[in-house]
Design a protein around this ligand. Sequence first.
Ligand SMILES: [Zn+2]
Length: 113
Amino acid sequence: MHELSLAESLLLIIEDAAREQRFSRVKAVWLEIGQLACVEQQSLQFYFDAITRDSIAHEATLHIIVSPGQACCGVCNQLCSVETYHALCPHCGNYALKIIQGGEMRIKELEVE
Ligand SMILES: [Zn+2]
């Protein structure tokens, strides 16, 4: 159900943008998702198609770009990329990573008419 609510909020963002920027048709959406957001791409695609069926985005193609998570180690202070929330620091081996990005979702680009 996580992906369903993501698809719903995605459509809300697109509709807001359409009002502000006065476009009436969306052809493509580039969505950037942090690797740590645990989004299943296939089911997000599925719900996006279902939810946008009667909207201005009904013809839109959803492109999903997964960006790696980034963390900073609290022991050695080095930055590293992470795939899970519970990862070891690759530099010093401590469980002291603070996630600084990777759990978010944002629209990178909209192709509109
Ligand atoms: Zn470290």
